[in-house]
Design a binder for this molecule. Structure first.
Ligand SMILES: CC(C)(COP(=O)(O)OP(=O)(O)OC[C@H]1O[C@@H](n2cnc3c(N)ncnc32)[C@H](O)[C@@H]1OP(=O)(O)O)[C@@H](O)C(=O)NCCC(=O)NCCS
Length: 216
């Protein structure tokens, strides 16, 4: 499976990606925001992950998860990973996640990949609702999701033991409906938000749901 954007190729993982995968995920500043990535992240961890992804690939389109390597065209390098997981065709829903190598943050690659993943979910797989989330304090993830119309729907209290740092973390649960995405993308709002950023305050929303100040 291959998806393409202006600067990126989203494609299946293979054995040649092991070094880029370790480079990207063996960084606590990335993995502390992810639930299932241990730290340090070793070559063996990467091999195991890629074996799992190749197994998924064998199932073709009829699978419950897609795991894409994010390849930067200009460098022929994998700079991140993005997924669509827990696909439920009956209910038309899926979850997923994303990470970008810290050396490539802040250049719009996350937004570019995330937008393509949403398009794939709604346009190709014909899903109608996507669920995501982020750990409180993850401003970049929240901003990226907000651009596409994701809304905070609740708080999963003490939901994960983050493998990277062993901390028990809350999760701000977010969701996007197809009609919201269509409204956002097909209207000028989307472009305006891409340029100027969103407007909601993550700290205020977290406090509203949890009664707590955002952990720093
Ligand atoms: C979240 C992540 C994928 C975003 O990727 P990215 O390529 O850096 O994101 P973009 O460059 O597309 O920027 C997305 C938005 O977040 C904003 N942003 C980026 N870093 C930020 C920060 N530290 N604080 C506040 N906003 C930030 C950007 O300014 C941009 O918004 P804007 O266009 O309104 O200015 C990346 O930061 C990452 O991999 N983080 C670690 C893993 C992670 O958090 N994954 C998601 C788990 S839910």
């Amino acid at each position: 499976m291959i998806l393409e954007t202006k600067r990126l190729i989203l494609r299946d993982w293979d054995e040649n990606d092991i070094d880029d995968l370790v480079e990207g995920l063996n960084n606590i500043e990335v993995s502390k925001w992810l639930a299932y990535v241990p730290h340090p992240f070793t070559k063996e961890d990467a091999e195991r992950w890629i074996r799992y992804c190749m197994h998924l690939t064998e199932k073709g389109m009829d699978r419950t998860a897609f795991e894409f390597a994010i390849e930067l065209k200009s460098e022929n390098k994998v700079i991140g990973g993005i997924s669509l997981s827990n696909i439920n065709k009956l209910h038309g829903t899926a979850g997923g996640g994303i990470w970008i190598n810290a050396g490539y943050h802040g250049q719009g690659y996350g937004t570019e990949a995330f937008g393509k993943r949403i398009e794939f979910a709604f346009d190709v797989l014909k899903l109608r609702r996507l669920e995501n989330g982020f750990f409180p304090g993850n401003e970049a993830s929240f901003r990226m999701q907000e651009k596409f119309g994701y809304k905070i729907e609740g708080l999963g209290r003490k939901k994960f033991v983050c493998l990277a740092d062993g901390q028990i973390k809350d999760e701000c649960i977010t969701g996007l409906l197809k009609e919201e995405w269509i409204r956002r993308v097909l209207s000028g709002d989307y472009n305006e938000d891409i340029q100027h950023g969103g407007s909601m305050s993550i700290d205020v929303l977290y406090k509203e749901f949890s009664g707590l100040e955002t952990p720093r």
